[in-house]
Design a protein around this ligand. Structure first.
Ligand SMILES: Nc1nc2c(ncn2[C@@H]2O[C@H](COP(=O)(O)OP(=O)(O)OP(=O)(O)O)[C@@H](O)[C@H]2O)c(=O)[nH]1
Ligand SMILES: [Mg+2]
Length: 340
Protein backbone atom coordinates (compact mmCIF):
# COMPACT_ATOMS: atom_id res chain seq x y z
CA UNK A 1 0.00 0.00 0.00
CA UNK A 2 2.87 2.35 0.84
CA UNK A 3 4.60 1.51 -2.45
CA UNK A 4 1.45 2.47 -4.30
CA UNK A 5 1.53 5.78 -2.48
CA UNK A 6 5.13 6.27 -3.58
CA UNK A 7 6.64 5.37 -0.21
CA UNK A 8 9.12 2.54 -0.61
CA UNK A 9 10.43 2.36 2.97
CA UNK A 10 9.16 -0.19 5.51
CA UNK A 11 7.12 0.72 8.57
CA UNK A 12 10.09 -0.17 10.75
CA UNK A 13 12.19 2.37 8.86
CA UNK A 14 9.56 5.04 9.16
CA UNK A 15 9.14 4.37 12.87
CA UNK A 16 12.83 5.00 13.65
CA UNK A 17 13.59 7.10 16.73
CA UNK A 18 13.92 10.84 16.22
CA UNK A 19 17.51 12.04 15.76
CA UNK A 20 18.64 14.85 18.06
CA UNK A 21 21.79 16.98 18.00
CA UNK A 22 23.01 19.64 20.40
CA UNK A 23 25.42 22.05 18.78
CA UNK A 24 27.70 24.53 20.55
CA UNK A 25 28.40 27.63 18.44
CA UNK A 26 31.50 29.62 19.32
CA UNK A 27 33.35 29.47 22.65
CA UNK A 28 30.58 29.77 25.21
CA UNK A 29 28.13 27.62 23.24
CA UNK A 30 30.70 24.82 22.90
CA UNK A 31 31.58 25.01 26.59
CA UNK A 32 27.92 24.66 27.49
CA UNK A 33 27.67 21.52 25.31
CA UNK A 34 30.81 20.08 26.92
CA UNK A 35 29.32 20.67 30.39
CA UNK A 36 26.07 18.99 29.38
CA UNK A 37 27.97 15.86 28.41
CA UNK A 38 28.88 15.49 32.08
CA UNK A 39 25.17 15.64 32.99
CA UNK A 40 24.24 12.94 30.47
CA UNK A 41 22.01 13.60 27.52
CA UNK A 42 21.43 10.11 26.12
CA UNK A 43 20.32 9.88 22.51
CA UNK A 44 21.55 13.38 21.64
CA UNK A 45 24.61 13.83 19.43
CA UNK A 46 26.94 16.64 20.58
CA UNK A 47 28.71 18.89 18.05
CA UNK A 48 30.80 22.05 18.24
CA UNK A 49 31.40 24.72 15.58
CA UNK A 50 33.95 27.47 16.02
CA UNK A 51 36.37 29.81 14.28
CA UNK A 52 38.85 29.11 17.09
CA UNK A 53 40.88 25.94 16.37
CA UNK A 54 42.56 25.85 19.79
CA UNK A 55 39.23 25.99 21.56
CA UNK A 56 37.78 23.24 19.36
CA UNK A 57 40.87 21.13 19.97
CA UNK A 58 40.17 21.17 23.71
CA UNK A 59 36.52 20.06 23.31
CA UNK A 60 35.98 16.35 24.14
CA UNK A 61 33.43 16.13 21.32
CA UNK A 62 33.84 13.89 18.23
CA UNK A 63 32.09 16.12 15.74
CA UNK A 64 33.87 19.45 15.57
CA UNK A 65 33.73 21.84 12.66
CA UNK A 66 36.30 24.57 12.18
CA UNK A 67 34.84 27.40 10.13
CA UNK A 68 36.30 30.45 8.42
CA UNK A 69 39.88 29.14 8.56
CA UNK A 70 40.90 31.14 5.47
CA UNK A 71 39.74 34.35 7.08
CA UNK A 72 40.65 33.77 10.73
CA UNK A 73 43.50 31.22 10.44
CA UNK A 74 41.98 29.28 13.33
CA UNK A 75 42.36 32.18 15.74
CA UNK A 76 38.73 33.11 16.50
CA UNK A 77 37.04 36.25 15.25
CA UNK A 78 37.77 38.49 18.24
CA UNK A 79 34.14 39.63 18.32
CA UNK A 80 33.93 40.46 14.60
CA UNK A 81 30.43 39.26 13.81
CA UNK A 82 30.37 40.80 10.34
CA UNK A 83 33.59 39.05 9.34
CA UNK A 84 32.16 35.73 10.55
CA UNK A 85 29.03 36.26 8.46
CA UNK A 86 31.17 37.04 5.40
CA UNK A 87 33.26 33.93 5.96
CA UNK A 88 30.30 31.58 6.34
CA UNK A 89 29.94 30.89 2.64
CA UNK A 90 33.25 29.01 2.65
CA UNK A 91 31.94 26.62 5.34
CA UNK A 92 28.23 26.50 4.57
CA UNK A 93 28.22 23.14 2.75
CA UNK A 94 30.28 21.37 5.41
CA UNK A 95 28.11 22.64 8.28
CA UNK A 96 24.83 21.81 6.59
CA UNK A 97 26.03 18.41 5.44
CA UNK A 98 26.62 17.54 9.10
CA UNK A 99 23.53 19.17 10.58
CA UNK A 100 20.83 18.30 8.08
CA UNK A 101 20.83 14.65 9.10
CA UNK A 102 19.20 15.49 12.46
CA UNK A 103 15.52 16.14 12.96
CA UNK A 104 15.78 18.28 16.10
CA UNK A 105 18.84 20.53 16.46
CA UNK A 106 19.46 22.43 19.69
CA UNK A 107 21.73 25.39 18.95
CA UNK A 108 23.54 27.06 21.87
CA UNK A 109 25.42 30.37 21.54
CA UNK A 110 26.44 33.40 23.54
CA UNK A 111 25.20 36.48 21.71
CA UNK A 112 27.96 38.82 22.89
CA UNK A 113 30.85 37.45 20.78
CA UNK A 114 31.41 37.20 17.02
CA UNK A 115 31.18 33.53 16.10
CA UNK A 116 28.17 32.32 18.10
CA UNK A 117 26.16 35.46 17.51
CA UNK A 118 26.67 35.21 13.73
CA UNK A 119 26.06 31.46 13.52
CA UNK A 120 22.88 31.29 15.55
CA UNK A 121 20.54 33.23 13.22
CA UNK A 122 22.32 31.90 10.14
CA UNK A 123 21.80 28.27 11.12
CA UNK A 124 18.24 28.80 12.30
CA UNK A 125 17.38 30.18 8.86
CA UNK A 126 19.23 27.44 6.96
CA UNK A 127 17.83 24.58 9.05
CA UNK A 128 14.28 25.87 8.83
CA UNK A 129 14.63 25.66 5.07
CA UNK A 130 15.50 21.98 5.39
CA UNK A 131 13.41 19.43 7.29
CA UNK A 132 15.23 19.93 10.58
CA UNK A 133 13.66 21.67 13.55
CA UNK A 134 16.14 24.12 15.14
CA UNK A 135 15.75 25.02 18.83
CA UNK A 136 17.92 28.14 19.31
CA UNK A 137 19.12 29.16 22.78
CA UNK A 138 20.96 32.49 23.15
CA UNK A 139 22.90 33.59 26.25
CA UNK A 140 22.86 37.31 26.96
CA UNK A 141 26.16 38.68 28.32
CA UNK A 142 26.63 40.14 31.79
CA UNK A 143 25.69 43.82 32.02
CA UNK A 144 29.23 44.75 33.01
CA UNK A 145 30.69 43.11 29.88
CA UNK A 146 28.42 45.15 27.67
CA UNK A 147 29.07 48.36 29.61
CA UNK A 148 32.80 47.95 29.06
CA UNK A 149 32.67 46.74 25.44
CA UNK A 150 30.34 48.43 22.95
CA UNK A 151 31.15 45.71 20.38
CA UNK A 152 29.40 43.13 22.53
CA UNK A 153 26.28 45.27 22.65
CA UNK A 154 26.34 45.60 18.85
CA UNK A 155 26.68 41.83 18.45
CA UNK A 156 23.74 41.16 20.78
CA UNK A 157 21.61 43.79 19.09
CA UNK A 158 22.36 42.51 15.58
CA UNK A 159 21.78 38.85 16.48
CA UNK A 160 18.50 39.62 18.24
CA UNK A 161 17.29 41.77 15.38
CA UNK A 162 17.94 38.96 12.90
CA UNK A 163 16.40 36.28 15.07
CA UNK A 164 13.33 38.33 15.93
CA UNK A 165 12.93 39.35 12.30
CA UNK A 166 12.69 35.71 11.28
CA UNK A 167 9.97 34.97 13.86
CA UNK A 168 9.62 31.54 15.42
CA UNK A 169 11.11 30.18 18.63
CA UNK A 170 14.03 31.94 20.34
CA UNK A 171 14.94 30.87 23.87
CA UNK A 172 16.90 33.43 25.88
CA UNK A 173 18.83 33.10 29.14
CA UNK A 174 20.52 36.11 30.74
CA UNK A 175 23.91 35.67 32.40
CA UNK A 176 23.05 38.64 34.57
CA UNK A 177 20.47 36.52 36.39
CA UNK A 178 23.30 34.29 37.59
CA UNK A 179 24.48 37.16 39.76
CA UNK A 180 22.24 35.94 42.53
CA UNK A 181 24.83 33.17 42.86
CA UNK A 182 27.72 35.60 42.99
CA UNK A 183 29.33 33.99 46.00
CA UNK A 184 29.71 30.74 44.04
CA UNK A 185 32.80 29.98 41.94
CA UNK A 186 32.08 30.91 38.29
CA UNK A 187 31.85 27.33 37.05
CA UNK A 188 29.26 26.55 39.76
CA UNK A 189 27.19 29.59 38.75
CA UNK A 190 27.33 28.52 35.09
CA UNK A 191 26.32 25.04 36.23
CA UNK A 192 22.98 26.53 37.31
CA UNK A 193 22.40 27.75 33.76
CA UNK A 194 23.53 24.41 32.38
CA UNK A 195 20.97 22.63 34.55
CA UNK A 196 18.25 24.59 32.70
CA UNK A 197 19.72 23.55 29.36
CA UNK A 198 19.98 19.95 30.45
CA UNK A 199 16.34 19.87 31.57
CA UNK A 200 15.18 21.52 28.35
CA UNK A 201 16.94 18.93 26.22
CA UNK A 202 16.05 15.85 28.26
CA UNK A 203 12.40 16.82 28.70
CA UNK A 204 11.87 17.56 25.00
CA UNK A 205 13.57 14.28 24.09
CA UNK A 206 11.37 12.53 26.63
CA UNK A 207 8.17 14.16 25.37
CA UNK A 208 8.96 13.25 21.77
CA UNK A 209 10.51 9.81 22.20
CA UNK A 210 8.45 8.38 25.03
CA UNK A 211 4.90 9.60 24.55
CA UNK A 212 3.23 9.45 27.93
CA UNK A 213 -0.36 8.97 28.97
CA UNK A 214 -1.01 12.33 27.33
CA UNK A 215 0.04 11.76 23.76
CA UNK A 216 2.58 14.28 22.47
CA UNK A 217 4.69 13.65 19.38
CA UNK A 218 7.40 15.45 17.40
CA UNK A 219 4.91 17.11 15.06
CA UNK A 220 2.91 18.49 18.00
CA UNK A 221 5.96 19.77 19.89
CA UNK A 222 7.34 21.27 16.70
CA UNK A 223 4.12 23.01 15.77
CA UNK A 224 3.71 24.34 19.31
CA UNK A 225 7.26 25.64 19.68
CA UNK A 226 7.53 26.98 16.14
CA UNK A 227 4.76 29.44 16.88
CA UNK A 228 6.44 30.61 20.06
CA UNK A 229 8.62 33.68 19.39
CA UNK A 230 10.74 35.00 22.29
CA UNK A 231 10.74 32.51 25.10
CA UNK A 232 12.56 31.38 28.20
CA UNK A 233 12.80 28.36 30.47
CA UNK A 234 11.53 27.73 33.95
CA UNK A 235 12.15 24.74 36.17
CA UNK A 236 11.63 23.61 39.73
CA UNK A 237 10.96 20.80 42.12
CA UNK A 238 8.70 20.58 45.20
CA UNK A 239 7.21 18.02 47.54
CA UNK A 240 4.00 16.54 46.15
CA UNK A 241 1.98 18.22 48.92
CA UNK A 242 3.04 21.69 47.73
CA UNK A 243 2.44 21.59 43.98
CA UNK A 244 0.72 24.98 44.01
CA UNK A 245 4.09 26.54 44.86
CA UNK A 246 5.90 24.95 41.94
CA UNK A 247 5.01 27.21 39.01
CA UNK A 248 5.29 30.62 40.74
CA UNK A 249 8.61 29.59 42.29
CA UNK A 250 9.97 28.29 38.97
CA UNK A 251 8.90 31.49 37.19
CA UNK A 252 10.52 33.66 39.89
CA UNK A 253 13.79 31.76 39.52
CA UNK A 254 13.91 31.83 35.71
CA UNK A 255 17.10 33.17 34.10
CA UNK A 256 15.51 36.12 32.32
CA UNK A 257 13.62 39.25 33.38
CA UNK A 258 10.36 39.25 31.50
CA UNK A 259 6.66 40.08 31.64
CA UNK A 260 3.96 37.83 30.29
CA UNK A 261 2.41 39.35 27.18
CA UNK A 262 -1.26 39.32 26.19
CA UNK A 263 -1.07 35.88 24.57
CA UNK A 264 1.41 33.70 26.45
CA UNK A 265 1.98 30.10 25.38
CA UNK A 266 3.63 27.38 27.38
CA UNK A 267 5.00 23.90 27.16
CA UNK A 268 5.22 22.08 30.48
CA UNK A 269 6.82 18.74 31.27
CA UNK A 270 6.03 17.21 34.65
CA UNK A 271 7.73 14.31 36.37
CA UNK A 272 6.38 12.66 39.47
CA UNK A 273 6.54 9.42 41.45
CA UNK A 274 4.09 6.54 41.11
CA UNK A 275 1.81 8.25 43.61
CA UNK A 276 1.27 11.29 41.36
CA UNK A 277 -2.53 11.40 41.26
CA UNK A 278 -4.88 12.97 38.77
CA UNK A 279 -5.94 15.33 41.56
CA UNK A 280 -2.35 16.54 42.06
CA UNK A 281 -1.85 16.96 38.34
CA UNK A 282 -5.07 18.91 38.15
CA UNK A 283 -4.02 21.27 40.98
CA UNK A 284 -0.67 21.78 39.30
CA UNK A 285 -2.25 22.57 35.97
CA UNK A 286 -4.79 24.97 37.46
CA UNK A 287 -1.92 26.76 39.18
CA UNK A 288 0.12 26.82 35.92
CA UNK A 289 -2.80 28.29 33.99
CA UNK A 290 -3.32 30.94 36.64
CA UNK A 291 0.33 32.00 36.97
CA UNK A 292 0.86 31.95 33.20
CA UNK A 293 -2.16 34.22 32.72
CA UNK A 294 -4.45 31.61 31.14
CA UNK A 295 -2.24 30.82 28.12
CA UNK A 296 -3.89 30.28 24.76
CA UNK A 297 -1.97 27.08 24.33
CA UNK A 298 -0.50 24.91 27.03
CA UNK A 299 1.16 21.73 25.84
CA UNK A 300 1.66 19.13 28.54
CA UNK A 301 3.93 16.12 28.92
CA UNK A 302 4.02 13.89 31.99
CA UNK A 303 6.33 11.15 33.09
CA UNK A 304 5.99 8.82 36.05
CA UNK A 305 9.33 7.86 37.56
CA UNK A 306 9.18 5.61 40.58
CA UNK A 307 12.50 7.05 41.82
CA UNK A 308 10.91 10.54 42.04
CA UNK A 309 9.18 9.35 45.27
CA UNK A 310 7.44 12.34 46.86
CA UNK A 311 8.88 14.96 44.52
CA UNK A 312 7.26 16.64 41.55
CA UNK A 313 9.58 18.24 38.99
CA UNK A 314 8.65 20.64 36.26
CA UNK A 315 10.41 22.04 33.20
CA UNK A 316 8.67 24.61 31.08
CA UNK A 317 9.05 26.90 28.10
CA UNK A 318 7.05 30.12 28.31
CA UNK A 319 6.69 32.37 25.29
CA UNK A 320 4.74 35.41 24.24
CA UNK A 321 6.84 37.45 26.66
CA UNK A 322 8.13 41.01 26.88
CA UNK A 323 11.84 40.69 27.65
CA UNK A 324 13.05 43.33 30.08
CA UNK A 325 16.57 41.80 30.20
CA UNK A 326 17.33 42.76 26.60
CA UNK A 327 15.98 46.31 26.99
CA UNK A 328 18.15 46.85 30.04
CA UNK A 329 21.20 45.35 28.37
CA UNK A 330 20.91 47.24 25.12
CA UNK A 331 19.53 50.59 26.16
CA UNK A 332 21.45 51.39 29.34
CA UNK A 333 24.44 53.24 27.97
CA UNK A 334 26.81 55.04 30.33
CA UNK A 335 24.74 57.40 32.48
CA UNK A 336 25.35 61.11 31.81
CA UNK A 337 27.20 62.83 34.66
CA UNK A 338 24.60 64.99 36.40
CA UNK A 339 25.23 68.77 36.01
CA UNK A 340 26.33 70.50 39.21
N1 LIG B 1 33.58 31.41 28.25
C1 LIG B 1 32.26 31.43 28.47
N2 LIG B 1 31.62 32.55 28.14
C2 LIG B 1 30.29 32.59 28.33
C3 LIG B 1 29.58 31.48 28.85
N3 LIG B 1 28.29 31.82 28.87
C4 LIG B 1 28.18 33.04 28.37
N4 LIG B 1 29.38 33.53 28.03
C5 LIG B 1 29.53 34.82 27.37
O1 LIG B 1 29.99 34.64 26.06
C6 LIG B 1 30.41 35.87 25.54
C7 LIG B 1 31.62 35.69 24.67
O2 LIG B 1 31.25 34.90 23.63
P1 LIG B 1 32.13 33.69 23.11
O3 LIG B 1 31.24 32.52 23.06
O4 LIG B 1 33.39 33.58 23.84
O5 LIG B 1 32.39 34.25 21.66
P2 LIG B 1 32.45 33.47 20.33
O6 LIG B 1 31.07 33.11 19.92
O7 LIG B 1 33.44 32.37 20.48
O8 LIG B 1 32.92 34.58 19.32
P3 LIG B 1 34.39 35.17 19.01
O9 LIG B 1 35.36 34.47 19.91
O10 LIG B 1 34.22 36.62 19.30
O11 LIG B 1 34.57 34.88 17.58
C8 LIG B 1 30.71 36.70 26.75
O12 LIG B 1 29.74 37.70 26.78
C9 LIG B 1 30.49 35.74 27.94
O13 LIG B 1 29.90 36.37 29.02
C10 LIG B 1 30.32 30.29 29.19
O14 LIG B 1 29.79 29.27 29.60
N5 LIG B 1 31.66 30.33 29.00
MG1 LIG C 1 35.55 32.53 20.52
Amino acid sequence: MFAAAGIDRSWADLGKPTSFAIVGLGGAGSEAVRDLLGLEIPGVRPLAINTDAGHLERMPIDRRILIGHRTFRGRGSGGDREAVLRSLEESREEILRQLRSYEVVFLLAALGGGTGSALLPYLVRELRESDAFPVPVGFLPFQVEVASNAGRRDSVRAALRELEGMGGLLLLLANEKLRRFESLPIHRALAVRNAYLHDLVTSLVDMIENPSQLNVDLATVRRHLSGSGMATLFRGEVHVSEVERLVPQALRESLLDFELGAKPRALVHIEGGSNLTLGTLDRLLMSARHHLHEPDELLLGTRIRPDSRELVRLVGVVSGIEVASTHRLLDDGPRPVPAR
